[in-house]
Design a protein around this ligand. Structure first.
Ligand code: UDX
Ligand code: UDX
Length: 460
């Protein structure tokens, strides 16, 4: 019935854009059309300046754009022509009504389903790419099947596991591709169509098929587990700072246990990004909706710990800088939620920046790629924040250098020159543990890292 040769994707964001570019690259026999309500974003995909920075993305888009990858605002045409429609619109945390601050806001998803009904004139496979609460596919199927044209829709779940900064590698060589469908004859047939798309480049044993609810929950669960590891390692950092244990050594020692493994044990100011907090809160809400209070409380602490880590970081700065940072020049090195991305959604730097401005600090923010987003995120703070792309200029006359993002450019700075430019005593607060702390201490800095004993000349 379907051959999967004509693919559409609704939502040209961080997930939809790169994923579809990879499908187009690996499947030259299929056409892929990505549509979005945001005309500026579509124009950016067709231009020299892609909507965001992602290593390797430019090359993939260059190989495929207008060959078999198309970006368009004509949603109706894309829906009509496709037999497989991926939906990758955003599902942010609800800000209103029941479940505000916790539940996923499904209004864009449902609106998209209704658009599909409006424009479709043949049966379709609709694939959830967006992260959604468990049983969303069933709800969407009900909406889609309410169409009065007699059309049949299969709704599948195919969650995305790509991480920003490594999206292209993650898409090219995924740990696994997960495809959930109804286990009915038509659900299984649709599953095969989507499996065949990925099988063009992903080894078959890495393509997992499950029922649709397992697939939906696995996505949220994977993010919850990853975030939980970060909160768990961060929950040991204050203890390290007071006892003299070193969190890097502890993480290394426990990570060598093959049952634990070494990844996602890097302590710091906490996790950011568009997914972790949103997905855990979504999980919390699902548990609460099922009357599972203890389970909800358990997962909620992962987020509480993350916020605590950021507040603790600023409290530590305040106490180390003699109880006041009012009027002091503080250079925030990095604003992106992690290195190799221009994305600042939910970045810990935003929380830290706001807490510092509450203390009347004079902030200077620098970042190699995220400054346009940083400017928007901090626009309401007016004169209290300055921006510069040049880290040396940000550090000129600063009282403290505060690392928020682990860009390699910061570990490669000429720190002796930085020291000469800064006001004394010169402080370094390394929120990502990415600098050479002993070397900085030897230069003369007061060095405070996460989960490590302070290196301060003032304490002697
Ligand atoms: C995606 C998923 O959608 C989200 O559920 C998941 O948790 C993370 O990845 P992402 O690609 O990062 O989100 O979001 P974003 O960059 O905001 O892209 C979503 C796009 O959908 C936007 O460009 C927006 O304009 C578009 N959109 C939204 C539509 O085209 N139609 C709508 O009705 C709503
Ligand atoms: C995450 C998931 O990794 C990905 O599979 C999912 O599809 C989307 O959410 P992403 O948010 O892009 O991806 O980045 P990730 O690399 O997971 O980092 C998230 C945050 O955790 C960053 O702020 C990062 O700095 C932080 N982090 C990560 C740590 O603090 N310590 C670590 O050990 C790892």
């Amino acid at each position: 019935m379907f051959d999967g040769k004509h693919i559409a994707c609704i939502g040209a964001g961080y997930v939809g854009g790169p994923t579809m570019a990879m499908i187009a690259d690996k499947c030259p026999g299929r056409t892929v059309t990505v549509v979005d309500i945001n005309a500026a974003r579509i124009a950016a995909w067709q231009s020299d300046a892609l909507p965001f920075y992602e290593p390797g993305l430019r090359e993939v888009v260059d190989r495929t754009l207008n060959r078999n990858l198309f970006f368009s605002t004509d949603i109706a045409k894309a829906i009509r022509e496709a037999d497989v429609i991926f939906v990758s619109v955003n599902t942010p945390t609800k800000t209103f009504g029941q479940g505000a601050g916790c539940a996923a806001d499904l209004q864009y998803w449902e609106r998209t389903a209704r658009e599909i009904i409006q424009y479709a004139d043949s049966d379709k496979i609709v694939v959830e790419k967006s992260t959604l609460p468990v049983r969303s596919a069933a709800a969407m199927k009900r909406v889609l099947m309410s169409n009065e044209k007699g059309l049949h829709f299969e709704v599948l779940s195919n969650p995305e596991f790509l991480a920003e900064g490594t999206a292209i590698r993650d898409l090219e060589k995924p740990d696994r591709v997960l495809i959930g469908s109804d286990e009915t004859p038509s659900g299984l047939a649709a599953r095969k169509v989507v499996v065949d798309i990925y099988a063009e480049w992903v080894p078959r044993e890495r393509i997992l098929t499950t029922n649709v609810w397992s697939s939906e929950l696995s996505k949220v669960a994977a993010n919850a587990f990853l975030a939980q590891r970060i909160s768990s390692i961060n929950a040991l950092t204050a203890l390290c700072e007071t006892t003299g244990a070193d969190i890097t050594e502890v993480a290394h020692a426990i990570g060598l246990d093959t049952r634990i493994g070494p990844k996602f044990l890097k302590a710091g100011i906490g996790f950011g990004g568009s997914c972790f907090r949103k997905d855990i809160l979504n999980l919390v809400y699902m548990c609460e909706s099922c009357g599972l209070k203890e389970e909800a409380d358990y997962w909620r602490t992962v987020v509480t710990m993350n916020l605590h880590q950021q507040a603790r970081f600023v409290r530590n700065m305040l106490s180390r800088m003699f109880g006041t940072i009012a009027g002091k020049r503080i250079a925030l090195l990095g604003f992106a939620f992690k290195a190799d991305t221009s994305d600042t959604r939910d970045t810990p730097a935003l929380t830290v920046a706001r807490l510092l401005v509450e203390e009347h600090a004079e902030l200077v923010v620098t970042d190699p790629f995220a400054l346009p987003n940083a400017r928007k995120d901090l626009a309401d703070l007016g004169e209290a924040v300055a921006f510069t792309e040049d880290p040396m200029a940000a550090l000129d006359g600063a009282d403290a250098a505060v690392v928020m993002t682990d860009w390699t450019v910061y570990s490669q700075l000429d720190w002796a020159r930085v020291f000469a430019k800064m006001r004394k005593p010169a402080f370094v607060f390394d929120g990502r543990n990415c600098l050479n702390h002993n070397k900085l201490y030897e230069i003369g800095f007061q060095v405070f890292a996460i989960g490590k004993a302070p290196l301060s000349h003032l304490d002697r």
